[in-house]
Ligand binder design. Structure first.
Ligand code: NAD
Length: 499
């Protein structure tokens, strides 16, 4: 096993002893940040629980990381596809053997329930297997060309890929970028979210345990405005893949030169549209899962419900009943079905939108901030249903990223489509209906990149293309889905063979 952590005697203490002091992985070795600083990482369900101290790195660390992996990349590119695939298969096996342990740490670090954390951990093993297969399927094509020549496309790795990820799926967002990057023969510089650095650490440990050449991956912990920003301007980065907010994604896009390809997956303002033929209980169950699962902190989470006017009152009542069955608490607690928000900033943002609802005269029918007497100090909110929201309200247009769902009635399908698309985002929409012509009209006309029928906006297959429209993605390349993903992580050279 890779020994990745060391105990620092000077680290602040907790009841169970000193907090672990983690390291960057640069140039094939675990090391502290060049300037020596650290930041704390705490459990969002119990702020007295200090998970560890992580390097507060800077531009110097980023430069060293890029130089280190670039030197190792040529040998990996020359390794056989089987070698690359075997490493990814081994990583999948290691993760599968450690699922319970990693999932428990994911719950402690990010707050999602143990069941959700187990799902995410298992998903990354599946991702590694999937992209192991893609390593073997990388191929070029041949083209008939005039003059008796043949042209062929030669597929080569891009070079060094920077991976910047958010806290909400700290394992799976990273795995679905790092695995295809390595499968295609690239080196990786990985900057996990400063809100979930331990999961970044675990992912790199697994890859090293699986036999990834040590110099080929670098892990640089730290803050977005320092490490993240340095990565976007570091010479030697050939491709950058980012998942996070639109605000940061837009800055990244603006800062990159034409030599760096860039993939941005960003926010969402996802809607479930309930048509008038829908079964109320089925619709409420779909919305409950999409809106309150993962504490509403999925990029595809359901944040608004557009409902045929004649169903509005019945659906509202059923949804309120469903919301009130959710049990909040620490994600590993008995019977808990919803964990806390992941960060103080998340709670502050959610609270601001509850205030907007009050100011606009909407009705918070259930939810809001809980009585925290029985809960440890953490970022708590209840599943929240808001009714009486008018089209154009920020509650129907802005990403809130919390278990808050706003209801709005509509009279015609055209009106539902207009409200659904009246946001700068365009990630996921779901429709509850068995009326095929209406479903197909929404699927064909909506400005969302993912359309789900009779299922929640959340939950996607790892072998189908993923990505949104408008401010949800920069449209350069879809994530997930196989061969299209490998196009981002490889580049094509056209070779003409003359006689
Ligand atoms: P964020 O944009 O604040 O941070 C994402 C990452 O970018 C972090 O690692 C952060 O440190 C880094 N970063 C911050 N400032 C930077 C800068 N100036 N330059 C470079 N990097 C910088 O996002 P977050 O709060 O971690 O995550 C939540 C957001 O992610 C939501 O908007 C959510 O919708 C989105 N998300 C999207 C998807 C998707 O696939 N579309 C999936 C998950 C989350």
């Amino acid at each position: 096993m890779t020994v990745a952590t060391e105990l620092a005697p000077e680290a602040p203490g907790t009841e169970s002893g000193p907090a672990p002091q983690y390291r960057n992985f640069i140039g094939g070795a675990w090391q502290a940040a060049a300037q020596g600083g650290c930041f704390e990482n705490r459990n969002p369900a119990d702020l007295s629980d200090l998970i560890g101290l992580f390097p507060d790195s800077g531009a110097e660390d980023v430069a060293a990381a890029v130089a280190g992996v670039s030197a190792a990349q040529a040998a990996w590119a020359a390794a056989s596809p089987e070698t690359r695939a075997d490493m990814l298969y081994r990583a999948a096996e290691i993760i599968s053997g450690r699922t319970a342990e990693i999932a428990a740490e994911l719950t402690r670090e990010e707050g999602k329930t143990l069941a959700e954390a187990t799902g995410e951990t298992s998903r990354i093993a599946a991702n590694f297997r999937f992209y192991a297969g893609e390593a073997l399927r990388l191929k070029g094509e041949t083209y008939p060309v005039p003059g008796g020549q043949m042209a062929m496309s030669l597929r080569q790795p891009v070079g060094t890929v920077a991976v910047i990820t958010p806290w909400n799926f700290p394992l799976s967002m990273a795995a679905r970028k790092i695995a295809p990057a390595l499968a295609a023969g690239n080196a990786v510089v990985f900057k996990p979210s400063e809100m979930a650095p331990l999961m970044g650490q675990r992912l790199v440990e697994v890859l090293l345990d699986a036999g990834l050449p040590a110099g080929l991956i670098a892990l640089v912990h730290g803050k977005g405005p320092t490490v993240g920003k340095a990565l976007t301007s570091a010479p030697g980065i050939d491709a950058l893949t980012f998942t996070g907010s639109y605000a940061v994604g837009a800055q990244i896009q603006a800062s990159l030169g034409t030599d760096t390809r860039c993939q941005l997956e960003m926010g969402g303002k996802n809607a479930t549209v309930v048509l008038e033929d829908a079964d109320i209980a089925k619709a409420a169950a779909i919305i409950k899962r999409g809106a309150f699962g993962l504490t509403g902190q999925a990029c595809t989470g359901t944040s608004r419900v557009l409902v045929a006017r004649k169903l509005h009152d019945a659906l509202l009542a059923e949804l309120v009943r469903a919301a009130e069955t959710v049990v909040i608490g620490p994600g590993d607690g008995d019977g808990v079905t919803m964990g806390p928000l992941a960060t103080a900033a998340q709670l502050e943002k959610a609270t601001a939108y509850l205030e907007i609802a009050r100011r606009e005269g909407a009705e918070i029918v259930t939810g809001g901030l809980p009585d925290t007497a029985d809960l440890p100090e953490g970022h708590w909110i209840r599943p929240t249903v808001i009714a009486g929201v008018q089209p154009g309200s920020p509650l129907l247009r802005d990403e809130i990223f919390a278990p808050i769902v706003a209801l709005c009635p509509f009279d015609t399908l055209e009106e539902a489509l207009a409200i659904a698309d009246d946001t700068e985002y365009g990630l996921a929409i779901s429709v509850v209906s068995d009326h095929l012509p209406s479903v197909m009209k929404i699927a064909a006309e909506t400005q969302h990149g993912i359309v789900k029928v009779n299922s929640p906006t959340t939950g996607v297959a790892l072998n189908a293309p993923f990505g949104g429209f408008k401010h949800s993605s920069n449209q350069s390349a879809k994530e997930q889905g196989g061969a299209n993903v490998m196009d981002f992580y490889s580049r094509i050279k056209t070779v003409y063979l003359g006689a």
